[in-house]
Ligand binder design. Structure first.
Ligand code: M6R
Length: 333
């Protein structure tokens, strides 16, 4: 039905107007999803900014009467995110929760709610809920930015089939990933860096967060273009670089240039990539993802990086479902 109409309707959002601008607040993995969703809004011409919820409360960004404040929170109970949403509400903002837990505090307190419907997530590290946040973010942007223009409906028509294919493609990534043998090459290295550009930057940040959470190894994610502005000083032959590069456009070419920079410092490179990219010529190993819509490729790439973290943690006998020092829901600021 969606393919025919070229528009998305979300049953929870029957009574919401298209916002003039959007601010997103979130923490941890949900913040990475917020960075991704903010880019989707901006690509549709809607000003949007993602904020770390804990920082937002110290200096809330100004908003207009048609601004929408979106809180992304898997649990719906994260204290920092709730504080940011409450502060925005106190100042008169319209609020929307994107959450997994029906009846959670965020769902109850916000003016609007959209559920990601990922099912209960037992492990402390957010995994399937991140994928669902990205998928839901796409639907949300289609719904809220639906202006009825030709461009809008064409974009939606291409996106919906890609979202429909996503479960099968995710399964094929899980079934065919070579992450286990790749990480075997890099056990006990000094540090692990993750780079990506554009929509792949949140994936790089998330790849590093997942890796450090469950392996306890030092990992950092960077915008690919930022490497040469400082982090390059850390790069050695003992610091594998996981680079997310798909397609063969200008962005991919620029990330490949960044890869050449780290290779000149003898760093091993693992590329998470699709068949279109020529990055394989420069990488020591590749982790393949199927061809899809450019907005969906980050979801598949992220799954490869989740498998990298999982297999490394498994290899190191870490407590994967319950990493040390971490709680599933962080209810203190
Ligand atoms: O429930 P929330 O999405 O609000 O939780 C936010 C973060 O605490 C959470 O994503 C955390 O970073 C996870 N441990 C990530 O795996």
């Amino acid at each position: 039905r969606h393919e025919l109409s070229g528009s998305v309707s979300l049953e929870e959002l029957s009574d919401i107007d298209s916002p003039g601008s959007v601010q997103l607040v979130a923490c941890g993995t949900s913040y990475h999803a917020a960075l991704y969703v903010a880019r989707l809004f901006r690509a549709r011409g809607v000003p949007a900014q993602a904020h770390l919820a804990s920082e937002y409360v110290t200096a809330p960004a100004p908003f207009d009467s048609d601004s929408l404040l979106i809180g992304i929170t898997q649990s719906g109970e994260t204290a920092d995110t709730l504080s940011a949403l409450r502060e925005a509400q106190r100042r008169g903002a319209s609020t929307l929760a994107v959450t997994n837990v029906v009846g959670s505090t965020a769902a109850r307190e916000c003016d609007h709610v959209v559920y990601i419907r990922a099912g209960p997530e037992i492990g402390v590290a957010a995994t399937k809920t991140f994928s669902s946040q990205l998928a839901t973010g796409n639907l949300l942007v289609e719904r809220l930015c639906a202006s009825g223009t030709k461009r809008t409906s064409e974009s939606t028509r291409e996106l919906i089939p890609a979202l429909r294919d996503l479960p099968n493609q995710l399964q094929s990534v899980i079934d065919n990933s070579t992450a286990k043998s790749v990480v075997e090459e890099y056990v006990d290295y000094d540090a692990y860096f993750f780079i990506g550009r554009g929509l792949h930057r949140p994936v790089a940040l998330e790849g590093a967060l997942k890796f450090k959470e469950i392996t306890y190894e030092h990992a950092e994610g960077f915008a690919a273009g930022e490497l040469k502005h400082g982090p390059l000083a850390l790069v050695t032959q003992r610091t594998p670089i996981f680079a997310v590069v798909t397609g063969n456009g200008e962005r991919a070419q620029k990330t490949i240039s960044n890869i050449k920079e780290v290779q000149a410092r003898d760093a091993p490179v693992v590329a998470v990539t699709d068949e279109q990219s020529e990055v394989r010529r420069y990488a020591n190993y590749t982790l393949e993802i199927p061809q899809t819509h450019p907005r969906i490729a980050p979801v598949l790439a992220n799954t490869q990086l989740q498998l990298v973290a999982y297999h490394m943690a498994d290899r190191m006998n870490r407590s994967i479902d319950k990493p040390r020092n971490l709680a599933k829901s962080v209810t203190v600021e």
